[in-house]
Design a protein around this ligand. Structure first.
Ligand code: ZN
Length: 296
């Protein structure tokens, strides 16, 4: 089987997976419970979610390690579990996709804010936390690091540097944008154009966007990133629409058919790796995979 890096370099359209967190909640993960701890306490459930995505047509599954830095785990009193949880997360994804696809290791924000952006973390604090996590993910056997749901360029630069300097893996980096009157911005004010440029300058091999308010916005975000990065592969993983509160539940309303109908536009705009984020399910991925295959 070709490596993930080779598949991306030859321009193949690849299908990623959909949500992990919202599916874990559906399987009983409680508010205030650490999602990554389920890699050890409920491995069969985590593996079965990966298997469902692989069966739906995902070429890529993403590990259940989004909150796997020491700072995120510390908020659950689990700061000493970084190595154990991240390695377990990769192992489950590998078992599920076997040699039919690739394991991308999810790395989310630390939850800490850099001093220069009003927080109390130093760039070195962030670097060290990402370094510890990505070393465990590579040791576990991941095919790439996928830094996601990012808003701060300082945090992104530390995450990308820590990945490039301490592993041999390709690094993907995706940001989360909101539509504002001045255009798309991350929570820390980054435009898609600047986010892509700075992530690539820091060493990212793949850039893109994830989460957000639905797949339609992603078409324009892709165009803006493509305009500034004509050759860097772009990955897009949209939520199934804007999160809506119904009673005490957050719901996502874009259907598999609707999301699939936008896949050709995303590919034309320049997206090469396409999956879903919050609220997407194996049904969404199956429909999107069919739409993407029709464009190949
Ligand atoms: Zn999301």
């Amino acid at each position: 089987m070709k490596t993930f890096r080779e598949r991306v370099a030859q321009g193949d359209i690849l299908i990623s997976d959909g949500a992990m967190g919202t599916l874990l909640q559906a399987k009983g993960l409680k508010p205030g419970e650490c999602p990554e701890s389920w890699c050890v306490s409920h491995p069969d459930i985590v593996r079965s979610i990966h298997e469902a995505y692989a069966a739906a047509g995902s070429d890529i599954v993403q590990t259940n390690s989004f909150g796997g830095t020491c700072y995120k785990l510390k908020s659950f009193g689990l700061a000493d579990k970084v190595e154990e949880y991240n390695k377990a997360a990769v192992a489950l994804a590998k078992q599920a996709i076997a040699n039919r696809g690739y394991v991308l290791a999810s790395v989310g924000p630390t939850g800490r804010i850099d001093e220069s952006e009003g927080g109390d973390a130093t760039p070195q604090d962030l670097y060290n936390a990402f370094k510890q996590q990505v070393i465990a993910l590579e040791d576990g056997g991941a095919d790439a690091i996928c830094i996601e749901t990012m808003a701060s360029i300082i945090e992104v630069c530390q995450a990308v540097r820590a990945s490039k300097e301490n592993t041999r893996l390709p690094v993907s980096c995706t940001f989360t944008f909101e539509a504002s009157p001045r255009g798309f911005r991350t929570m820390m004010g980054l435009t898609p154009d600047r986010a892509a440029r700075e992530a690539v300058a820091a060493g990212a091999d793949i850039v893109g966007a994830n989460c957000g308010n639905g797949i339609v916005n992603m078409i324009e975000i892709t165009r803006q990133m493509r305009a500034t990065q004509p050759t860097t592969p772009i990955v897009i993983q949209a939520n199934a629409g804007m999160p809506v509160l119904e009673g005490d539940k957050t719901v996502f309303k874009e259907t598999p058919e609707f999301m699939a109908s936008k896949v050709p536009d995303l590919i034309r705009a320049g997206a090469q790796i396409i999956g879903g984020c919050c609220g997407t399910t194996p049904d969404h991925i199956a429909a999107m995979a069919r739409a993407a295959r029709a464009c190949r």
